[in-house]
Design a protein around this ligand. Structure first.
Ligand SMILES: NC(=O)c1ccc[n+]([C@@H]2O[C@H](COP(=O)([O-])OP(=O)(O)OC[C@H]3O[C@@H](n4cnc5c(N)ncnc54)[C@H](O)[C@@H]3O)[C@@H](O)[C@H]2O)c1
Length: 330
């Protein structure tokens, strides 16, 4: 048995599998239990990690477990995070924090009341390219930031348990599910947003091929445009361009990552692309290590429920703008 915090994982799909891998290399945490409605998914993780297969309620009720890691579909985050907090567990929950602001408020309130920490999986803050760009901007390398362009996508709508990504009411589609990563990065970089305007192909005839463009005005005066695509356009990639009064930072994952490995899942169907680099530690590991280290008193800050909530506000404002055709003030 490893020393450190004991973790129970709920949800053993694409992200649960990625998180389970992270616990194998994090020194001060051990994955001790895993739950999934699909027994074969839980068993696959258990076999690899030595965790035991249990039900979600058994995991939440276990007094020996310190941390619950929620890797369930977005619309289930609220119920499991609240139950875990009420049982006195620290919780790490995948992004987007929830499907609605009300759910997110309830999650924050439950964790605050129980005095437990809530971490949200905004992993882009742990991708080295984004971290370096952030550090450069904060060091004044490009002067005052005027315009940022971000791109994310290039694969079809993800396949998952019960095809839940395809159900807009459950997943929030491309904007809530995927380009919330960029909204979170932009908020980290530029501070609070003021106004959002968005367009998407959702609801048109090609309803499994979503494309969206979101423009955001920030209180700093900066403008951002975020492009997301669940259209099979040559594989998953990300881009950003940060233009300031003094210079430009430009990044394109297709140029920076000459080795890419794309594998099909066991049933032969690709799930959600989980990007990794051949050069550095997997950012999902870095992200979870940060959460564990904060609980362990070794690091100071996490991407918490307040951060997850503010990024969710931008995503939901973008969805409202897509529906109404009008800009939404925050
Ligand atoms: N950070 C990222 O880069 C990233 C990438 C992909 C997905 N996500 C997020 O991670 C979350 C999970 O997405 P996913 O792609 O892993 O989904 P998935 O469908 O692959 O996995 C979800 C798993 O939960 C299980 N499940 C459903 N209800 C359950 C219950 N009540 N108890 C136990 N198990 C249950 C399903 O059997 C499935 O295996 C979503 O919120 C998604 O938006 C984040």
């Amino acid at each position: 048995m490893k020393p450190g915090l004991k973790v129970g994982l709920i949800g053993g799909g694409t992200m649960g599998t990625a998180h389970a891998e992270a616990y194998r290399v994090i020194e001060n945490a051990e994955l001790v239990a895993v739950a999934d409605l699909r027994p074969e998914r839980a068993q696959a993780i258990a076999t690899k990690t030595g965790a035991t297969v249990r039900t979600a309620s058994e995991i939440i009720a276990d007094p020996n477990i310190d941390v619950i890691d929620v890797c369930l579909p977005t619309y289930l985050h609220r119920d499991y995070v609240v139950a875990a907090a009420e049982a006195g567990k620290h919780v790490f929950c995948e992004k987007p924090m929830a499907r609605s602001l009300k759910e997110a408020e309830e999650m924050k309130a439950a964790c605050e009341k129980a005095g437990v920490k809530l971490g949200i999986g905004h992993v882009v803050r742990f991708f080295p390219e984004y971290v370096r760009a952030y550090e450069k901007v904060k060091a004044g390398a490009v002067g005052d930031v005027a315009v940022v362009r971000c791109t994310r996508g290039g694969f079809p709508l993800p396949t998952a348990w019960q095809d839940w990504y395809a159900n807009y009411e459950l997943s929030g589609g491309l904007v809530l599910d995927m380009i919330i990563h960029d909204f979170d990065f932009l908020r980290w970089l530029l501070g609070p947003a003021e106004r959002v305007f968005a367009k998407s192909t959702r609801g048109r005839e090609y309803n499994r091929l979503e494309y969206a463009l979101v423009t955001i005005k920030f209180k700093s005066g900066a403008i951002a445009h975020v492009e997301g695509s669940w259209v099979n356009g040559g594989g998953f990639h990300t881009r950003f361009e940060i233009a300031g009064s003094n210079g430009l930072i430009d990044y394109d994952s297709r140029k920076a990552n000459p080795i890419t490995v794309t594998v099909a899942s066991k049933d032969g169907v690709p799930g959600v692309p989980v990007p990794a680099s051949a050069w550095v530690e997997n950012p999902y590991t870095t992200e979870i290590r940060n959460f564990i280290n904060v609980l362990d008193g070794k690091e100071g800050t996490i991407v918490d429920g307040n951060e997850g909530y503010e990024s969710l506000r931008i995503a939901l404002a973008a969805l409202e703008s897509i529906e109404t055709g009008k800009p939404v003030s925050l």
